[in-house]
Design a protein around this ligand. Structure first.
Ligand code: CA
Length: 438
């Protein structure tokens, strides 16, 4: 587990003024990675690092000779058109690159003159998914979400007996993971109304959101090898925001006996910026399990993991309806939660995924599952917020929402803050739902 170091010092200031305002998601203590190019251009996609409201164009910075020694190889990897190579290198090269970037971006750095021409304003950039995602696995790590959903689908037996023993997951689909800002059409699917004799094909009328975190795999493991709990984080590159859109009318008709399928694989939106585990070092929290509940099996437990296996990350889901955008009113909050409420940690997800020898590869995406907290205002899907569609959400402008409507924008945000550490954030994960195709 990475301990806080000189790159986390809250007193650090950057010569990029917007990094020092105390409210940016991207102060010098964060330094997340994305793949970008200038908006509307045909430039090649390349890696960038966020600093304030700017992006360090890594390809330009490498060409400007800013990196040398052990920092050169990871800097070159971070300049490529995907982050897979950087992810594959493992934590140490990425950590050396972070230290070098931190120094180069600090006030008074001799690299300021060389780096200044390498800056691109975030407002003038567009993004693509940060890496080639070979495989996407979605977990179910919030016991609050599992219980809320279980109550709707199985009122007499909400939490399945395996839940407190196994980090439950299923294999999702990587090809439909899209980047924030990329719109998608409402899906069609088989739906069967209660009491109907037969299903029919229709656009989903119960489109939902799922506020999750994306856990990006760093270095992989060979087929047949498992990764122990204390080595698991060496295989995690970083985290991003993730909206796993779900069609709640397609789901109940198709999910038995083999699990989620077309209700889940039409679109999942990931935020462009990947925040490294090292950046999150000041925000680690203990992993605890109530004494009266089953304790994790030994391959999912260790003293180091108990001490700091969790993350203190605030997470928020908001909606901006077409009317709200037309009237220029602020997006309305749907839910506010914290990743610390998860029943299973990122390390446990990875250790469990590989315990049978399954090989994870650089750039694989592990979704945490909907990160609902213990109270209704921390419920991170509309199916929970509306009690299965019975109680619409009242928005501040008087509009009601039971499910996501055409034109609605859903915005996810995430940030970490506490006394004695710099506030860092994840930027935004935004998706607008377009009408179903004819
Ligand atoms: Ca999900």
């Amino acid at each position: 587990m990475i301990e806080p170091n000189a790159t986390h010092d809250p007193a650090l200031r950057s010569w990029v003024a917007s990094a020092n305002d105390g409210i940016t998601d991207f102060p010098i203590q964060n330094l997340p990675f994305a793949i970008f190019r200038r908006k509307g251009s045909q430039e090649v996609w390349r890696g960038g690092v966020a600093i304030g409201d700017q992006i360090v164009d890594m390809a330009a910075a490498v060409a400007a000779g800013v990196f040398a020694g052990d920092a050169l190889a990871p800097a070159q990897a971070a300049a490529e058109s995907t982050l897979n190579h950087l992810m594959e290198m493992g934590g140490k090269p990425a950590s050396i690159l972070r230290k070098t970037l931190s120094k180069a971006l600090q006030t008074g750095s001799p690299h300021e003159g060389a780096l200044k021409p390498c800056m691109v304003a975030q407002s003038g950039a567009e993004y693509t998914v940060p890496c080639r995602i070979g495989d996407y696995t979605d977990f179910y790590t919030s016991i609050h979400h599992a219980t809320n959903i279980g109550r709707l689908f199985r009122p007499d037996n909400p939490l399945m007996p395996n839940y407190q023993w196994i980090p439950i997951g299923y294999h999702g689909r990587a090809s439909s993971v899209i980047v924030s800002g990329q719109d998608f059409h409402r899906p069609h699917g088989q739906v069967k109304a209660p009491g109907a004799d037969a299903p029919r094909l229709a656009p989903s009328a119960r489109l939902d959101i799922e506020l999750e975190l994306a856990v990006f795999v760093g270095q992989g493991n060979a087929l047949g090898d498992s990764v122990g709990i204390d080595a698991a984080e060496d295989h995690i590159f970083g985290l991003a925001l993730f909206n796993d859109w779900s069609a709640r009318d397609i789901q109940p008709w198709e999910y038995q006996p083999l699990g989620p399928f077309l209700a889940k694989n039409f679109a999942s939106t990931v935020s462009p910026w990947v925040v490294t585990l090292e950046a999150l070092a000041p925000y680690r929290v203990p992993f605890t399990r109530p004494a009266e509940e089953p304790q994790p099996l030994p391959y999912l437990a260790s003293s180091a993991h108990s001490a700091a296996g969790g993350f203190d990350i605030q997470l928020e889901a908001l909606i901006a309806t077409p009317r709200m955008r037309q009237e220029s009113s602020a997006p309305a909050r749907l839910a506010l939660t914290n990743y610390r409420h998860a029943y299973w940690t990122a390390a446990q997800m990875l250790a469990h995924h590989t315990v049978n020898g399954c090989n994870l590869q650089p750039g694989d995406l592990l979704g945490t599952g909907t990160l609902s907290g213990p109270t209704l205002d921390a419920a991170c899907a509309l199916i929970e917020l509306t009690a299965g569609g019975k109680n619409p959400v009242h928005l501040p402008n008087g509009e009601l929402r039971t499910w996501v409507e055409d034109g609605d924008a859903i915005i996810l945000r995430g940030w970490c803050e506490k006394p004695g550490a710099a506030r860092i954030g994840f930027g935004e994960c935004v998706g607008v739902v377009l009408p179903a195709k004819a």
